[in-house]
Design a protein around this ligand. Structure first.
Ligand code: NAG
Ligand code: NAG
Ligand code: NAG
Ligand code: NAG
Ligand code: NAG
Ligand code: NAG
Ligand code: NAG
Ligand code: NAG
Ligand code: NAG
Ligand code: NAG
Ligand code: NAG
Ligand code: NAG
Length: 531
């Protein structure tokens, strides 16, 4: 059904295009109207490249100006309709008393243009500008004065004006201080989430301008170009008509495009000739909460941090993630035991940490484990930065040698450790786990045989009831003082294990020589178990 509607609209648009091309004085007179019901959906510019009116969108209809091509076309302007939505019953009318209105079936209406005086006629120009004329044919209103996400050749972005990406997330603002800046839409916290600027001052720039040859620059008071963003003059070719547009795209990058229409053919092409940021991951807000941006070949994708899972689907942009486990940190007596630490290399974060201290990597992870406020830590050159959740504006940047440390629940069934150089990690893990298993196996087998042997000897000894002064000693417990005496206060070290030092000693009474292992205080639990 939707595709049928789409097809019908295009059929109509093409028909309009032909008639418009034949008649170059396409003045729209008072009383003219557009109505999808009667198959009149738009007014078309003389060249046929731009149309003003209804166009299909999301199974419904929208109102705006379109740059038309063989495909679905590109929207270059939309009016503020104060929440009134267009439908197949809607009508756009240039009324007899000179108002341009959108009217719905229920007689609800909204002004599409608010000129200071009633219009006498209107026109959609080849530049893509929709204009209202007064009686003496001077322009009293033009769509070029109310840019939405795009400026076209011949259009400016003046001081105080901005472009907003179609999804409403990103803004390109021509500031009063002369700087042209791109930022993620601020919420009430009002933090600065900028990620690109022209780095110009007020004396240097008062407006952004795009001319019809694709020259995109900042102009000063004297209309001199003080900063050239793009000069597309080498794209000029004969026998093609070129249309330039600069758009704040849905992914937060401001791009200049050229559309080429070859004369007398339907051949059409669009390409990007300049963009504000070459690295998509620089755009703040491209990835959402607790996700980070990483380049996969030339494509940027968002991924959840280790220990986090997606909450708005597995999308590649605007991905939000949440902790994959319950956080009972604040109710736990010893938060440290709740977590293991997982590393991620080359992470760069845009927000400020709540704490910066000098610590080595291991201690950095440990402090974060112990601090319930710490969502993750970033270690670099002996400095440990701690961040609260949600983590924002994170990306992989191979130019930085940081290690981000994340808290994971201990002993996960499948290790969720995600490291950028995964192969290395898997290799290391495999070797480590392999060695551990092998050693454990050997250990278990030895224990089995030793134990069997001991039980056997002991039974033999008991059976013969021959007291060799051994069985008694074997099961004796010693007081600490006795051990101090027998080792001469732990003087002669004969070995060193992972959790303590082994000393030589002599048992008083029978002068039997023994080895005594003294456990480190720090590792008592582990040590006892190992011992
Ligand atoms: C073009 O259209 C206008 C009204 O829309 C009409 O007055 C004029 O005669 C037309 N010109 C030609 C050449 O068809
Ligand atoms: C609109 O176009 C369709 C298909 O071309 C046709 O069936 C219909 O009658 C037309 N409606 C009007 C009001 O012209
Ligand atoms: C339009 O809708 C939004 C949210 O749905 C609301 O906040 C806003 O006040 C509405 N504007 C008008 C003019 O009704
Ligand atoms: C018309 O004016 C009103 C109030 O002055 C403003 O809110 C609205 O955005 C304007 N519309 C256009 C299309 O300029
Ligand atoms: C056209 O009319 C407007 C007011 O409607 C006036 O300001 C302007 O000077 C007039 N232009 C000409 C060329 O007469
Ligand atoms: C854009 O700015 C230039 C230079 O200031 C000016 O000549 C031109 O009229 C402006 N265009 C529009 C549509 O206002
Ligand atoms: C505003 O931003 C802060 C910090 O990024 C976030 O915690 C808060 O939820 C946001 N508020 C809204 C309404 O999005
Ligand atoms: C602007 O350009 C004009 C000539 O195009 C020149 O006379 C003037 O000095 C320039 N202004 C500045 C501030 O460079
Ligand atoms: C754009 O570049 C061409 C050379 O590629 C140069 O001739 C031209 O002057 C430049 N335009 C401006 C406005 O600087
Ligand atoms: C433009 O088109 C004409 C006719 O098709 C052809 O003769 C001419 O060589 C073309 N010029 C260029 C620069 O391609
Ligand atoms: C395009 O076609 C028109 C008529 O169909 C013809 O007059 C014109 O010369 C053609 N232009 C080129 C560049 O071929
Ligand atoms: C990275 O890109 C390749 C193809 O270029 C694709 O097969 C792979 O799934 C992508 N990885 C992710 C995580 O999206």
């Amino acid at each position: 059904m939707a595709s049928i509607t789409l097809f019908l609209l295009f059929a109509v648009l093409s028909a309009n295009q032909v008639s418009a091309q034949k008649n170059d004085s396409n003045i729209i007179n008072l009383g003219s109207y557009l109505s999808p019901k009667t198959n009149s959906t738009s007014w078309v510019s003389p060249s046929g490249h731009f149309s003003f009116g209804f166009y299909p969108q999301d199974n419904g209809l929208a109102v705006g100006i379109r740059l038309m091509d063989e495909h679905e076309g590109t929207t270059v302007w939309t009016p503020n309709l104060n929440n009134l939505s267009a439908s197949s019953d809607s009508v756009i009318q240039l009324t007899k008393d000179g108002q341009l209105l959108l009217r719905n079936e229920k007689q609800m209406e909204v002004a599409i243009a608010n000129a200071s005086e009633p219009a006498a006629s209107a026109s959609i120009l080849d530049s893509g500008n929709f204009v209202l004329y007064s009686k003496n044919h001077s322009v009293i209103w033009q769509s070029f004065d109310y840019p939405t996400d795009t400026i076209l050749g011949g259009q400016n972005l003046s001081e105080g004006q901005h472009l907003t990406s179609a999804n409403g997330y990103f803004i390109l603002q021509m500031q009063a201080d002369g700087n042209l800046v791109a930022y993620l839409v601020k919420n009430e916290t009002g933090e600065n989430y900028g990620y690109w600027s022209s780095a110009t001052y007020q004396s240097q720039a008062i407006q952004l301008t795009l001319d019809r040859t694709g020259f995109l620059c900042l102009l000063d008071d004297d209309e001199n170009a003080t900063k050239v963003l793009a000069n597309s003059s080498n794209y000029l070719e004969r026998n093609t008509s070129l249309i330039y547009r600069a758009t704040m795209d849905f992914d937060g990058i401001f791009r200049l495009y050229v559309h080429t229409f070859e004369t007398n053919t339907t051949s059409f092409n669009v390409q990007s000739v300049w963009q504000s940021n070459s690295n998509q991951c620089e755009v703040r807000g491209f990835c959402g909460f607790n996700s980070y941006c990483s380049m996969n070949d030339s494509e940027a994708i968002c991924k959840c941090y280790p220990g986090f899972k997606p909450i708005n689907g597995n999308q590649s942009m605007f991905l939000d993630c949440e902790q994959g486990h319950t956080d009972d940190c604040k109710t736990s007596a010893d938060p440290k035991i709740l977590w293991d630490i997982a590393p991620l290399q080359h992470v760069q974060w845009g927000l400020l940490p709540f704490l910066v201290i000098s610590l080595e990597m291991e201690a950095c992870g440990k402090s974060c484990q112990e601090d319930c406020n710490c969502g993750a830590a970033l270690h670099e050159d002996g400095s440990c930065k701690m961040y609260k959740l949600p983590l924002r504006f994170g990306r992989i940047n191979h130019d930085v040698s940081t290690t981000a440390l994340f808290k994971l629940p201990p002993n996960p069934k499948k290790p969720e450790v995600l490291v950028d150089d995964k192969k290395n990690l898997i290799f290391t893990l495999a070797i480590t786990l392999g060695s551990i298993s092998f050693v454990s196996l050997v250990f278990a087998i030895s224990i089995f045989f030793i134990y069997r042997h001991k039980v056997y000897s002991y039974t033999k000894l008991s059976a013969t009831s021959e007291n060799l002064g051994f069985a008694e000693d074997c099961l004796r417990t010693f007081a600490f003082d006795e051990l101090v005496n027998s080792t001469g206060n732990f003087t002669e070290e004969i070995g060193r294990g992972s959790f303590g030092v082994v000393y030589k000693g002599t048992l008083q009474g029978n002068n039997r020589r023994v080895a005594v292992k003294k456990l480190d205080n720090d590792a008592v639990d582990e040590g006892e178990r190992e011992f």
